[in-house]
Write a protein that binds this ligand. Structure first.
Ligand code: PLP
Length: 367
């Protein structure tokens, strides 16, 4: 049987590293949940045991994020990608104004593409001319006349570009794809009409998507929507209109529990994350140009650090040597190239220290 000693430092962008205590608890409970005698994989999604798991997961999310009564929290399937369609189906169809998209990278563009199949869209800002290396300042964003909503991506996973502070658009609902920085730092939920996130980047495993939706927006959904694409179905049925992804919900609950009980909440994890990212960016900045960061410094992601080396050959050698040193999955997305180190909540400080040491050594021997 594999042990902790067999584990590498895995810098995958997603599915990604999970907290060790979460894996260990899931392993302990995989033959039988305490007092149940079966694993979560084998019990009815209508059972008392799963009632408790779902309740604890939702309560954990509400407590960590300080979600108020004006918001509904629902668990969905289909990944963040299905939200690219569900958001405009529920909140754009039938509205007179256009859906406004602020494009800071690949995922935002994906959202725009799906919205344009449903209704009128408007590009409020597009960072494509600079290869999506930054977020705009508030005065660079140009909204259309009475927008249905403004959509942003809080962290562009592929480019490694993250908003440090969200702009506000007064009465226009702000809808945020937070897939790759969900639960990585405190968030003022009241700024948003809706936040959604798939779990497999920073909050758990693939299969479950969290949506936090301000109640008044739900009145916009049209009655002719298919039930499974209507947020109100999930609100009314408590995220269980059909069989939910029970194991993914269970793991999400364990991650929340880990954040609350072992880390000490989102302020604490945010400090850890900041310290880790600062270390890697310091290596880049002090490398005399050997490592070149993709994102401009004000927009650098705390979750996904993207950078290039002087040549593609060196990048290939870097990846090969890193893997031999137990530092895996550092290859950048094919659209950006280079290196991407994803250092989500569960990446331990020692993993980041090992990466920084490796980067310094690699520069000395190849610089
Ligand atoms: C990964 C990711 C997605 C897509 O998530 P799926 O669950 O694979 O559909 C969307 N947006 C962002 C920001 C992501 O990081």
């Amino acid at each position: 049987m594999a042990t902790v000693a067999d584990r590498v430092f895995n810098f995958s962008a997603g599915p990604a590293v999970l907290p060790l205590p979460v894996l260990e608890k899931a392993q302990r409970e995989l033959l039988a949940l305490p007092g149940v005698g079966s694993s979560v994989l084998e019990i009815s999604h209508r059972s008392k045991a799963f009632d408790g798991i779902l309740e604890r997961t939702l309560a954990g999310l509400k407590s960590l994020l300080g979600i108020g009564e004006e918001y509904e929290v629902v668990l969905l399937q289909g990944g963040a990608s299905l939200q690219f369609s569900m958001v405009p189906m529920n909140f754009l169809a039938g509205q007179s104004g256009a859906a406004n998209y602020v494009l800071t990278g690949t995922w935002g563009k994906g959202g725009l593409k799906e919205a344009s199949r449903i209704g009128k869209t408007h590009i409020a800002w597009d960072g494509g001319a600079n290869g999506y290396n930054c977020v705009p300042s508030a005065d660079e964003i140009g909204l259309s006349e009475s927008p249905a909503y403004v959509h942003v991506t809080s962290n562009e996973t592929i480019q490694g570009v993250q908003w440090q502070q969200m702009p506000s658009f007064e009465n226009v609902p702000l809808i945020c794809d937070s897939s790759s920085d969900f639960l990585s730092r405190p968030v003022d939920i009241s700024q948003y009409g809706m936040i959604y996130a798939c779990a497999q980047k920073n909050a758990g495993i693939a299969g479950v998507t969290v949506a936090i939706i301000r109640r008044d927006l739900l009145a916009r959904s049209r009655d002719d929507l298919p039930a499974m694409l209507d947020y109100r179905t999930f609100v009314e049925k408590g995220s269980r209109p059909n069989t939910p992804p029970v194991f993914a919900v269970y793991i999400l609950g364990l991650v929340c529990e880990w954040l609350m009980n072992e880390v000490g909440g989102l302020h604490a994890i945010s400090e850890r994350n900041m310290a880790k990212a600062t270390k890697v960016y310091e290596v880049i900045d002090s490398s005399s140009g050997f490592y070149k960061g993709h994102a401009c410094p004000e927009s650098r992601s705390i979750m996904n650090v993207t950078f290039r080396l002087p040549s593609e050959n060196l990048e290939a050698t870097f990846l090969e040597n890193a893997a031999s040193a137990g530092l895996t999955d550092l290859k950048g997305h094919r659209s950006v190239g280079g290196i991407r180190a994803s250092i989500y909540n569960a990446m331990p400080e020692e993993g980041v220290e090992a990466l920084c040491q490796f980067m310094d050594d690699f520069k000395c021997s190849h610089g």
